[in-house]
Design a protein around this ligand. Sequence first.
Ligand code: NAI
Ligand code: MN
Ligand code: ZN
Length: 339
Amino acid sequence: MESVVIQQPNNLVIEQRELPEPRKGDVRVRVKLAGICGSDSHIYRGHNPFAKYPRVIGHEVFGVIDKVGEGVDTRRIGERVALDPVISCGECYPCSIGKPNVCTSLVVLGVHRDGGFSEYVTAPARNAYVIPETIPDRHAVMVEPFTIAANVTGQVEPTENDIALIYGAGPMGLTTLQALKGVYNVGTVIVADRIEERLAMAKTCGADVILNNSELTLQSWLEEKGIKPTLIVDAACHPAILQEAIGLASPAARIVLMGFSSDPCVITQQGITGKELSIFSSRLNAHKFPTVIEWMEKGFIDPEKLITHQFDYYHITDALEIFEKDQRQCCKVLLTFSA
Ligand code: NAI
Ligand code: MN
Ligand code: ZN
């Protein structure tokens, strides 16, 4: 089989590898589609501190089970499945309280273990979620990015009365936007970004207000309208955003962080405690595949609106280049591994 391997940072090859045998409890999946995510690019460029090389990247994976390991029901062969990249121990403290996404021995497919940019991949059987026939392949591969949004929104229980502000109209901001509007019917969702084309996508995805905060400050716009957001999601992830969000937030608001920056940021306790703000963080997803599959079945979200490109996997270098360099035209890029 062929696999996309990052041998060392900035060194990508399509390598001939032996077909993997599914181990005990695992399934082997013949990959049909995989999605490119910022973290794939980070591993490629050597910007992910957790990555070990050589590594087959890819954690947004859809395909068909073609073989099962010991202990797995052989009737699963032939199932159309999306793979949850979060592989956890099931026993540690975070696992015991329903947060396998921060398992003390967390393994992420495509980061700590070879992932889905490959003709075949193996994963634990319990990580392979059956996709109903009503969900097409192109949407099935989008389950994982929407689980990030499901995890974010799951932390804060949005309501129709919320006035939400999302920083960033990249794939993460847009999945969160679709969840807030389509699933929770949040009354007002404001999306801020610096790229007009991305703001236009936010409009298509249901934003009530789009704001280009390279042209104006959010503070001046919100103050003029007398709006204090009750829910703020940072899907842009610059370390300076938290303090700004604390200032803009309504008393009793919730703020959700998604960023992994290791740069320090300056925040004031008074800003938080004075308004009794709740600050949440969200990493990957905690058992959110069934939730998102249900959202898709019910038509609450529309993954098609985020897909801008699809390439055959042997054009991976071009695909990654477009993904990295063309944020104006590019949102979700898919790779085809088999028909
Ligand atoms: P992206 O880079 O495609 O999108 C970020 C967007 O934020 C861009 O459109 C950019 O123009 C905009 N932006 C940057 N600074 C801004 C500012 N000050 N105000 C408003 N907009 C601003 O990235 P993507 O894929 O959407 O991911 C967003 C972030 O979420 C990344 O930092 C990524 O590391 C993180 N992430 C976190 C996950 C988690 O589970 N916690 C999962 C996936 C991504
Ligand atoms: Mn991803
Ligand atoms: Zn664990």
